[in-house]
Design a protein around this ligand. Structure first.
Ligand SMILES: NC(=O)c1ccc[n+]([C@@H]2O[C@H](COP(=O)([O-])OP(=O)(O)OC[C@H]3O[C@@H](n4cnc5c(N)ncnc54)[C@H](O)[C@@H]3O)[C@@H](O)[C@H]2O)c1
Length: 382
């Protein structure tokens, strides 16, 4: 069994929870789960045991109730989701500036009690994996382990940093655990966290799940490199209508995405190419199905200038939810193998900014081959 706790009961979490239950009952296919049924852990081995949020409209509701309200797909919502009630997490101002009424456990119990009461819940639930899908927040890496300990004690970390710290603490005291960070906060890219997870016999994967245009762009850049097509520039727009895009509209949160997305250009091409790659706007009627447009201009033989155009509508949250079905199983495999700290081969395929800090971003095609090798499975086609 793989027991999962979710941090951030938003759309991605909902698609993961509903999708997983449907998958277990053979109500949907497993399209969008890259490693499908090739892993030793089956879909039925995964169990979501807790979910945390700070939005007053979500805390205390069951996942089933939230799915009725926000899950937009045909078919029944699995009744098993009535058993999971959203618990209050720690807020630490992560929703500041956004139009939601939020209250954290620390406001009721004090910071230290809040932290330890959540860790106690994980202990009694036997949590193996904590998945971080909360709202993007501005975060700087901490750097040194000593400073990390001091800032945790003082309550001077952001919410996602605090949940990551709590997971390492829990892992060192009670049960080996993994923290899967699919938001842009630098956790797997922060040397202090890698060290702490190693010491705590835990695992951290991250950062920032690669779902929409980023992995596609990475593979297109690989194509350009392999054919020696000289990229002149890349322009990429992303416009969406979900609350993720709403929060990314705040400039200090948007910068987090820009950092994680544009590092790949020089890493894959081997040279800089002028680019504009980032979420560009919020348009509510688009909902969760975001609009992506991209142009890559390049020189071919004879210095002729070609242009590649992409126009795309992508269901945003389900794409990341599909990756999570792999990531929680891979987290458990890394724990079983005692590969503490982080695993680059996992991060390189699933993340926009693969940790540890300083790692190269490679195309997803190349990363897939390395991932299969790490897992120890053969590509079933060959
Ligand atoms: N394809 C994708 O959708 C995709 C890809 C990569 C990364 N991400 C990241 O995943 C995250 C979630 O995306 P989403 O579409 O589900 O967003 P969402 O806004 O629907 O959900 C985020 C949830 O986190 C909650 N939250 C905020 N602060 C919290 C705290 N301190 N403790 C607990 N919960 C807290 C919010 O109340 C909200 O319910 C975002 O950070 C996004 O950038 C999404």
């Amino acid at each position: 069994m793989i027991r999962v706790a979710i941090v951030g009961q938003g759309l991605v979490a909902l698609h993961f929870e509903v999708g997983l239950e449907k998958l277990k009952h053979n109500l949907i296919s497993d399209y969008g789960v890259p490693l499908r049924n090739l892993l030793p852990y089956k879909y039925s081995d995964i169990e979501v045991v807790a979910a945390y949020d700070v939005d007053e409209s979500k805390v205390g509701k069951t996942i089933y109730e939230l799915a009725k309200r926000y899950y937009d797909a045909p078919g029944e919502i699995p009744g098993t989701l009535k058993d999971i009630v959203v618990r209050r997490g720690i807020h630490l101002n992560s929703l500041k500036g956004l139009p939601f009424k939020a209250r954290g456990r620390e406001e009721e119990e004090g910071y230290e009690n809040a932290v330890w009461s959540i860790i106690d819940e994980w202990k009694s639930l036997g949590v193996d994996i904590v998945v971080n899908v909360m709202t993007t927040e501005p975060v700087e890496p901490v750097g040194s382990l000593q400073e990390l300990h001091e800032r945790f004690k003082a309550g001077d970390l952001t919410a996602s940093q605090t949940y990551a710290y709590m997971t390492a603490l829990y892992s060192s005291k009670y049960k080996n655990a993994a923290f899967i960070n699919v938001i842009p906060s630098p956790i797997a890219n922060d040397p202090a966290y890698i060290e702490f997870f190693k010491e705590s016999r835990g695992v951290v994967f991250g950062d920032d799940g690669a779902t929409g245009a980023t992995p596609l762009t990475a593979d297109l850049l690989e194509h350009m490199y392999e054919r020696n097509r000289k990229v002149i520039d890349i322009a990429q727009f992303n416009i969406g209508g979900n609350t993720d895009f709403l929060s990314l509209n705040l400039p200090e949160r948007n910068i987090m995405k820009k950092i994680t997305k544009s590092a790949m250009v020089s890493d894959i091409l081997g040279y800089e190419a002028p680019n504009y790659i980032r979420p560009t706007g919020y348009l509510e009627p688009l909902g969760d199905k975001k609009f992506v447009a991209m142009i890559i201009e390049y020189y071919s033989f004879g210095e002729y200038k070609d242009e590649l155009y992409i126009v795309w509508r992508v269901n945003d949250s389900p794409a990341l939810a599909g990756l999570l079905v792999d990531l929680v199983r891979l987290g458990k495999i890394a724990l079983d193998r005692q590969q503490y700290g982080t695993v680059y081969e996992v991060n390189a395929f699933y993340m926009k900014k693969p940790g540890p800090h300083g790692s190269k971003i490679i195309s997803k095609y190349r990363a897939y081959q390395q991932l299969l090798q790490w897992v120890g499975i053969k590509d079933p086609r060959y």
